[in-house]
Write a protein that binds this ligand. Structure first.
Ligand code: NDP
Length: 446
């Protein structure tokens, strides 16, 4: 599908951003879909929209010094990439994980531009984080790190400029420490500067559940479009963090059975269905490892190091991290009878894997569309903060559900309109891109 002009732009992007392989992968996936769009909209080439969209508006890299429990000084690197603000203030999470470097933050920020456009809400795209590893750290160490991180970040964020949230390694505890430090430095109680806050101090009901629930709502729509449903389906969900937990919860509510989940140590298989209250206790309260699930569920088995995608299932929900589904994994899933894949994580399937899913014509929901419920509910949190209001769980969940239905509908219809029926990669990339591109043309060369 690549045309010559797009191939030139892609080569420029890789040359300008050497070594940032995840960013190249994310750009390639979008550009591959845009040939037919450029043919219909010559004005985008004239305004150099694609070249501009691939260049972040601002990239901030900073030192994060902190003192550990043994009184040793530690130094990490902090990032915030403010990618595109055509549709609203930059919006996107913060990731704390040792694998973080500029290329990861840029891939996530780039994806976020189109994902946020898909929600239909007024938010631009950005992402940030640090190579800090929260695993095994005490609460005091986490607090000191978060305070140091915010001591630099505070000058770049704001309700109308940039509104970070959580991602891998950043949940309610970390958002709390960062919000506290922002408030202390600025002497202002500005709820709208971060989302994912606690319910007593400006947070929104459903934000915790939103990414997982939203991904399941998206898959439900894909199944519905094929005259099917979750009822009685066997599912596998990778990860056991925020996204995975609420994905499992919603699948069980809709009559499916999740038989496996994982962390970076391996996966657990429970043929009776994962007991979610045990996983919640283990992960949300005790901050333990999934392996420990077998201590209380003797019939379940823990598989160290193997691929969770070897477990036969009808629905697969990759909800851990990028490139976790290889071409080999995708092939295995299809062979085992998988009919739907919904990506809770960002870019969890390698390009080879995506090709296999598309060729097999299974219902494949890319992360950009399927996991947009998290950021959409963050935008609902911003709405509540702006009006100093708080909505009920039922009302917020209904709004989330409607947003996910609309995202599905728009992706589905756009894919048809551009000659690739059933291809949600094409649908999501083109629909998201068009919204941002039109806004950029309207605003002139900035
Ligand atoms: P959490 O930190 O809560 O959980 C991450 C889970 O994935 C953990 O079980 C973790 O295991 C596992 N994991 C992380 N990195 C790896 C790795 N390299 N190899 C194997 N397993 C890994 O993060 P979230 O649930 O918030 O995020 C999961 C994914 O969803 C990410 O891709 C994120 O970008 C995406 N996402 C999150 C949103 C949100 O609202 N939170 C919104 C949209 C997308 P371990 O503990 O062993 O590291």
């Amino acid at each position: 599908m690549y045309n010559e002009k797009l191939a030139i732009i892609y080569d420029e992007v890789t040359a300008r951003n050497p070594g940032e392989v995840e960013f190249h992968q994310a750009v390639n996936e979008v550009l591959e879909c845009l040939g037919p769009v450029l043919a219909r909209h010559p004005e985008f080439a004239q305004h150099k929209i694609i070249r501009r969209i691939c260049e972040p508006e601002r990239q901030i890299i900073f030192r994060v010094p902190w003192v550990d429990d043994s009184h040793e000084v530690q130094i990490n690197r902090g990032f915030r990439v403010e990618f595109n603000s055509a549709l609203g203030p930059y919006k996107g999470g913060l990731r704390f994980h040792p694998s973080v470097y500029l290329g990861i933050i840029k891939f996530l920020g780039f994806e976020q531009i189109f994902k946020n456009a898909l929600t239909g809400l007024p938010i631009g795209g950005g992402k940030g984080g640090s190579d800090f590893d929260p695993k095994g750290k005490s609460d005091g160490e986490i607090m000191r790190f978060c305070q140091s991180f915010m001591t630099e970040l505070y000058r770049h964020i704001g309700e109308y400029t940039d509104v970070p949230a959580g991602d891998i390694g950043v949940g309610g505890r970390e958002i709390g420490f960062m919000f506290g430090q922002y408030k202390r430095i600025t002497n202002r109680y500005e709820s709208g500067i971060l989302t994912g806050k606690g319910l007593d101090w400006g947070g929104s009901l459903v934000r915790t559940e939103a990414t997982g629930y939203g991904s399941v709502y998206f898959v439900e729509e894909m199944l519905k479009a094929r005259g099917d449903s979750f009822d009685g389906k066997t599912a596998v969900v990778s990860g056991s963090g925020n996204v995975a937990i609420y994905t499992i919860e919603k699948i069980h509510e809709l009559g499916g059975k999740v038989v496996a989940c994982s962390d970076s140590g391996g996966y657990i298989y429970d043929e009776k269905g994962i007991d979610l209250s045990s996983i919640k206790l283990l992960k949300e309260i005790q901050r333990g490892r999934v392996e420990e699930y077998t201590d209380t569920h003797k019939h379940a088995k823990f598989v160290k190091g193997g691929s969770i995608w070897d477990v036969p299932c009808e629905v697969a929900m990759p909800s851990a991290t990028e490139n976790e589904v290889s071409g080999k994994d995708a092939k295995k899933l299809v062979e085992n009878g998988c009919i739907a894949v919904g990506e809770g994580a960002n870019m969890p399937t390698t390009p080879e894997g995506v090709k296999i899913f598309l060729e097999a014509k299974i219902a494949y929901g890319p992360g950009k569309a399927a996991n947009a419920g998290g950021v959409a509910t963050s935008a609902l949190e911003m709405q509540q903060n702006a009006s100093r209001d708080s909505w009920t769980f039922e009302y917020t969940d209904r709004r989330l559900h409607t947003i996910m239905r609309n995202i599905h509908k728009n992706c589905f219809e756009t894919a048809e309109e551009y000659g690739s029926p059933g291809n949600y990669v094409v649908g999501s990339n083109i629909y998201g891109f068009l919204k941002v591109a039109h806004a950029m043309v309207a605003m002139g060369v900035i």
